[in-house]
Design a protein around this ligand. Structure first.
Ligand code: ZN
Length: 379
């Protein structure tokens, strides 16, 4: 008896969800179109549309003009009906964004402040930045789905604590400490997964991709059939600790030598120009010999990694992070280096792309966790 009841409820929920997604995909439809296209009865469609309207998820103020006949009510998707916030905390910045149901950024704030979980003022600042984007995007409490907090480390399954956080030395720290001043639903999310997911969320045709995050540390994420592949122990895509230099390599923050992180983190370049990556690319453009040499070595290591990734996954490769955001004009150079290694004649220009989202990728990806949760369970 009880199983029958559950399945009837499930069907009801599924119908509602399907109707909502149908409207979301098309933007605006008539009731008749839903009935015909989805092969549902008129009473079922009517009651679900009433429900969606009551939830504030669809708008009925518009009209759809029928040829010849009278115009029908248009049921339109409201992309700002719910929003989620994402915060990315890194060594020197807190970045927050508010994201709507279409993945558009409604507001953004980035503040320079050194990471320090021992400092109450720092924790308060996280809360303040969240409030700032919430106010700016005019999100009512009841329409805020949650706050995803992107962190530079491996995160437990439930988003409650840092499993491995050597880059910022915060292993085992817990969500409730970090989010002490965030009075909304929240969870922790691994930053490379968040950034990779952001790139594929709005670009669904990637299907299979590997996202390389080239920032203060190097991370990555594997995307298979548009979903993040985490591996068996949430370490899938940890390209930063792939062995890149077999002997005499530099010391990695993980304690080992020769990791890919030691040759391709942003500091490898920015270290030459007092920590400024912008300045590095400026002097590189001016033909500075040392910068040219550093860049050449950097690209060689990166090209090898891209080649290996392509051999393993045969998917798109997305160059992200601080360095990825500067890659545009150097893409031809790196494609040429990668192509020299490819035995199948694949052209890197067909599968290697620079990231579309720059500094806000991880924050936005963390917010998408709650957007997806809502769309999956919606209504
Ligand atoms: Zn390492």
């Amino acid at each position: 008896m009880s199983t029958e009841k559950i399945s009837a409820n499930e069907i009801k929920a599924k119908n509602r969800q399907n109707i909502y997604h149908y409207i979301r995909e098309r933007g605006s439809v008539s009731k008749q179109e839903i009935v015909v296209d989805m092969q549902l009865s008129l009473p079922t469609v009517t009651s679900n549309l009433d429900y969606l309207k009551k939830q504030g998820l669809i708008d009925t103020s518009g009209k759809i003009r029928n040829t010849g006949g009278r115009s029908a009510t248009a049921f339109s998707y409201i992309k700002d009906a719910r929003m989620a916030i994402g915060v990315d905390i890194t060594a020197n910045h807190i970045t927050a964004v508010a994201v709507n149901l279409s993945g558009d950024i409604a507001s953004m704030e980035r503040r320079r402040i050194p990471f320090n979980l021992e400092d109450d003022a720092y924790l308060r600042e996280i809360g303040k930045v969240v409030e700032w984007v919430k106010t700016e995007a005019e999100i009512a409490d009841e329409n805020l789905l949650g706050v995803g907090i992107s962190v530079q480390g491996l995160v437990s399954d439930d988003g409650e604590y840092i499993e491995y956080g050597k880059a910022l030395d915060f292993t085992k720290r817990r969500r409730e400490e970090i989010a002490a001043y965030v009075p909304y639903r929240n969870r922790l999310i691994h930053d490379s997964y968040a950034a990779g997911y952001r790139e594929t969320w709005t670009e669904r045709n990637f299907q299979n991709a590997f996202y390389i995050s080239l920032s203060n540390s190097v991370g990555g994420s594997v995307i298979i059939d548009d979903a993040i592949y985490e591996g068996n122990t949430h370490k899938g895509g940890e390209i930063g600790h792939m062995e890149a230099v077999s002997e005499g390599g530099g010391l990695c923050y993980c304690g080992r030598r020769g990791c890919f992180d030691t040759v391709c983190r942003a500091g490898k370049l920015a270290g030459y120009t007092d920590g400024s990556l912008e300045e590095f690319f400026r002097v590189l453009e001016q033909g500075d010999e040392t910068a040219k040499k550093l860049w050449d070595e950097y690209l060689e290591h990166l090209a090898r990694a891209i080649h290996n990734i392509r051999m393993l996954f045969d998917g798109m490769v997305i160059l992200g992070g601080y360095v990825g955001a500067h890659m545009g004009k150097y893409l031809d150079d790196i494609c040429r280096r990668v192509d020299e290694k490819n035995p199948f004649g694949d052209r890197a220009q067909d599968y290697l792309v620079e990231c579309r989202y720059k500094v806000e990728a991880s924050a936005a990806g963390a917010a998408l966790f709650y957007i997806d949760e809502f769309l999956d369970l919606s209504c």
